[in-house]
Design a protein around this ligand. Structure first.
Ligand code: SAH
Length: 439
């Protein structure tokens, strides 16, 4: 360790910034919104008595030495911009979350490297962590009073900050967070657990939200579907068990009420449970039923949206689902019903100037095409069929609505695949390496 990280309290302290250029402004910005009293000087002042920290951002060599000398005389730690040899401390790259502060330093060797690392940390530490830290301060004395032993306190903090109460605080609901923390302190195990219904996106792990990534890495147990990409499963915390509860088409492996029962059991045992579903949990994902069951059981549940297959397919193929010239509306429908093919409002769906996206529509494609054409959609209307979008197994085919079943058969598409029907489908570009069939 080449330098020692230490944090200076700023409340009621004075900070001097000497200099007037962009470097001095950048230092001043670090303290914006904070409690320190920042005093700026254009040139070295005669005395720096009473300051807690001094930053020197002067171009002129002589003036810079003079300012550093003044800080030394006053016994105040000084940082001279771009002059590590003159500095008592380095300014780290800072992730500012209120009371929670992360500093990254390369001991002056490569500030750019520190800034890159900071950018990555910014992405994984939610800004709401400031609220979590403030919440912890708010309940601190109660935790200390109610858990006299060190070990008991550590367990209570874990249960509160990493469990249901912490999630509420992150969501900004401090009253409910406080009530849940009280229940933890009263010994109610049920107040620990939390369930996240998480959208895993269409495949590519880079399409996960930052929140999805955070809860996957915090999970105690994960229940997932078949559609969830293996690369997304790789991001789950290593020692968290993964339970496959998916349903293959036609074969219901774990019934819906059984999935809910399993999750409720784990949450009541105090676990952080993730329910990971392909795409978005609320688009043809039965997420609504699971949410209702969890809430009815009094389990703290949060929903993390995901990129639904339609958006993933469209982005990858370069197909705008709405377009000023071609489509003023977009509709998502399912091609699958309990009894086989769905009974949809074909007259409404067949109108022009709109895009129709059919989920689970491969087996019933002939039925869909025939109904749309019978209701007035032109047989030449373009259709894009994409299988395994945003994964290396991707296949796509573009053709006419009238030839849809043939197109699917020739491309060898079996699903999971999406049909995008409408004028915008003509804009599809084939991704490099993807198999494309056109008709
Ligand atoms: N909740 C999911 C949809 C579940 S229904 C979402 O929001 O995307 C399952 C259907 O989604 C599949 O039959 C297929 O039509 C579509 N689908 C899911 N992932 C897909 C992918 N990577 N490529 C193409 N279609 C996909």
């Amino acid at each position: 360790m080449q330098s020692f990280p230490a944090f200076f309290p700023l409340d009621g302290r004075r900070v001097a910034i000497i200099g007037s250029g962009p470097a001095a402004d950048a230092k001043a910005r670090l303290f914006e919104g904070g409690p320190a009293d920042v005093v700026r000087f254009e040139a070295p002042p005669p005395s720096l008595e009473g300051f807690a920290l001094v930053f020197v951002a002067l171009e002129d060599e002589e003036a810079r030495l003079c300012a550093v000398e003044a800080a030394r005389r006053a016994g105040v730690p000084v940082n001279a911009v771009d002059a590590p040899a003159l500095s008592d401390f380095y300014t780290p790259a800072i992730v500012d979350r209120g009371e929670l502060v992360i500093g990254v330093s390369t001991s002056g060797a490569a500030p750019t490297l520190a800034r890159d690392l900071r950018a990555r940390i910014e992405a994984i530490v939610p800004t709401a962590y400031a609220q979590l830290a403030a919440f912890a301060r708010q309940i601190r004395s109660r935790v200390l009073a109610r858990r006299p032993s060190f070990e008991g306190r550590r367990r209570a903090w874990e249960a509160i900050l990493r469990g249901a109460a912490g999630e509420r605080a992150l969501a900004g609901d401090l009253d409910r967070a406080d009530a849940l923390a009280e229940r933890v302190l009263a010994g109610d195990q049920r107040a620990h657990g939390v369930v996240h219904l998480v959208g895993a996106g269409p495949g590519d792990p880079e399409l996960l939200t930052l929140k999805a990534l955070r809860v996957l890495q915090d999970a105690d147990i994960v229940f997932h579907d078949k559609l969830v990409d293996a690369r997304v499963l790789d991001l789950i915390r290593r020692d968290a068990p993964r339970v496959y509860v998916g349903k293959a088409k036609g074969a219901h492996s774990v019934p819906q009420d059984e999935i809910a029962r399993l999750m409720i059991g784990e949450a009541r045992a105090g676990k952080r449970v993730v329910r990971l579903k392909g795409g978005d949990p609320f688009i043809f994902g039965r997420g609504g039923e699971e949410l209702a069951a969890l809430r009815a059981a009094g389990v703290e549940t949060h929903v993390v949206p995901g990129i639904t297959a339609a958006l993933g397919c469209a982005a990858e193929a370069g197909v705008p689902l709405t377009h000023r010239d071609h489509a003023q509306a977009v509709t998502f429908v399912t091609g699958h019903a309990k009894t086989g093919a769905p009974d949809l409002d074909w007259a409404a769906l067949a109108r022009g100037n709109q895009t129709l996206v059919v989920y689970m529509g491969v087996d019933t494609a002939a039925h869909t095409a025939a109904n749309l054409i019978a209701a007035g959609r032109a047989a030449e209307t373009r259709v894009l069929v994409v299988e395994n979008a945003t994964t290396p197994k991707r296949k796509q085919a573009v053709g006419a609505l009238g030839a849809l079943p043939d197109l699917i058969a020739r491309a060898g598409i079996e699903g999971p695949a999406l049909l995008i029907i409408g004028e915008v489908a003509a804009l599809a570009q084939c991704a490099p390496g993807a198999l494309e069939v056109a008709a």
